[in-house]
Design a protein around this ligand. Structure first.
Ligand code: ARG
Length: 483
């Protein structure tokens, strides 16, 4: 570690005992490639604007190629990757390398690098949600008729289907993906050219740099551009929201596994070091716990940013890793959840038997009485009496309670057949065909919508990936004009 080699710090600010504390170089490995791209786009623009000569640009761009081949690990010591790459370029080609930092600051540079890299990470996270949605929909398509108990307060509530439960998470994940893509679109703006915060006297072309880096445009106000990390907040918030969805999904599966309503694949379970008979849903518990990590990331970020004055403050160096840790953890948990869903087995007989346990058809029978003209509150009272008397009531039990409450024969209102149908979990499900309901016909519509939404989001994600790849090609092409 030779702080003296750092072209930014020189002898005066060698760092002393705080050198490592000050440095973000190890964490900056993540933006090494981003910084090289940002350097290249900036140098191309400087040459195009006549701010550096074409042959000087060529020398700098050649040096950047060498730095890239040597890799992040070969960088000289520096306060951060930006200073270290500049130092390496100067070591390679001499003082002319110092022209690279004309008309910019590390403040706009780092903000640009973070956005540049985060774009890929956000698209990875979106793709993970697409994989999970696919697993949910594909499994749902196989279980449109598989009746299971639905719960509220974790108590048996009403019969539903496995497909209806799966589709409920698919639609939540659709919104999670939409939030990530929204965050992507606001992340994808270039701060470069803002310099420290006060712009520059040089005739820079900010739009050109933005275009070479695949950004949709610039963050105009230079002070805002260099200072803001709101894109990290919204990206991390979207990820924390996704993690919360995942935690609910994982918790449901843990509960279902506990009740024997689902059989997890061995790959997604673990066992006990002492109790040989155990099969534990460990992967899902870890998915559930990821929401704690994501919440910590979001809170770490917000707390670090709160009250920071304009424009740049070094606190910002500690804000960024919260976002990296969150996006990595949540994307991985999403992939694991997709694997667990895709490989789990739903034991249909056990599910069908459990679907009616705890008199889950009570609401359906009450609805039947209400449809026959009995006020719903009265019907509710009748069924509450039935439930008090038996956990698995038959027609006679319903008729007896109705006669008690109504003081007349139940047959005057509904047929025995209709009541028996309402008492049957599968028929109870089939009758609830309102929009979004669990009836197979209603779930078929939900699956159609899910398929369409998935195709749309796949296209949105692919378009963004393609735009980034095109920009990278364009930049490579421009660089080749100078080297
Ligand atoms: N490593 C710094 C960060 O992550 C880069 C910017 C340094 N700027 C400065 N004015 N010290 O924020």
């Amino acid at each position: 570690m030779t702080g003296e080699r750092d072209v930014v710090r020189r002898e005066r600010f060698s760092g002393g005992p705080a050198r490592e504390f000050l440095s973000s170089l190890p964490a900056d490995r993540r933006i090494f490639a981003a910084d090289l791209a940002v350097d290249r786009a900036h140098v191309v623009m400087l040459a195009e604007q006549g701010i550096v000569a074409a042959d000087e640009a060529g020398e700098i761009l050649t040096a950047l190629d060498i730095v890239e081949v040597d890799g992040h690990g070969a960088l000289p010591e520096g306060e951060d990757v930006h200073a270290a790459i500049e130092t390496a370029v100067i070591e390679e080609i001499g003082p002319v390398g110092g022209k690279m930092h004309t008309a910019r600051s590390r403040n706009d540079e780092v903000a640009t690098c973070i956005r540049y890299r985060l774009r890929e990470d956000l698209l990875d996270a979106v793709e993970a949600t697409l994989g999970l949605r696919e697993a949910l929909s594909a499994t749902a398509a196989e279980h449109v008729e598989t009746v299971m108990p639905g719960f509220t307060h974790l108590q048996p509530a009403q019969p539903t289907t496995v497909a209806h439960w799966l589709c409920s998470y698919e639609s939540a994940l659709r919104r999670d993906a939409a939030r990530l893509l929204d965050a992507y679109d606001r992340t994808n703006r270039s701060p470069l050219g803002a310099a420290a915060f006060a712009g520059t006297t040089f005739d820079v072309d900010r739009e050109r740099v933005a275009d070479l880096l695949g950004f949709d445009g610039v963050i105009e106000n230079a002070m805002d551009a260099s200072a803001t990390r709101d894109f990290l907040v919204e990206s991390t918030a979207a990820l924390a929201g996704l993690a919360t969805t995942l935690s609910g999904l994982a918790e449901d599966l843990v509960v279902f596994a506990n009740k024997g309503l689902i059989e997890l694949d061995d790959d997604y379970a673990s066992t006990s070091s002492i109790m040989p008979q155990k099969k534990n849903p460990d992967t899902l518990e870890l998915v559930r716990a990821t929401s704690g990590d994501a919440s910590a990331g979001l809170n770490g970020l917000l707390t670090t940013l709160k009250g920071l004055p304009r424009a740049y403050n070094r606190d910002l160096q500690r804000a960024t890793p919260h976002a990296w840790a969150t996006v990595d953890g949540v994307a991985e948990a999403t992939d694991v959840a997709a694997g667990a869903v895709a490989t789990a087995d739903w034991p249909e007989e056990r599910l069908a038997a459990a679907a009616g346990e705890g008199f889950t058809t009570a609401t359906g029978v009450a609805d039947l009485l209400a449809a026959a003209g009995i006020p719903f509150r009265t019907a509710h009272e009748i069924l509450a009496r039935v439930a008090e008397g038996s956990a698995d009531p038959d027609y006679a039990a319903v008729a007896a309670a109705a006669e008690d409450v109504l003081d007349e024969d139940l047959g005057a209102h509904v047929s025995r057949e209709a009541v028996e149908s309402a008492l049957d979990p599968a028929e109870s499900v089939a009758a609830r065909d309102s929009t979004g309901g669990p009836a197979p016909s209603a779930v078929a519509d939900q699956l159609d919508a899910a398929e369409e939404a998935l195709a749309d989001d796949e296209r949105r994600t692919a378009d963004r990936r393609e735009a980034l790849a095109d920009a990278a090609d364009r930049l490579r092409g421009e660089v080749r004009r100078y080297v």
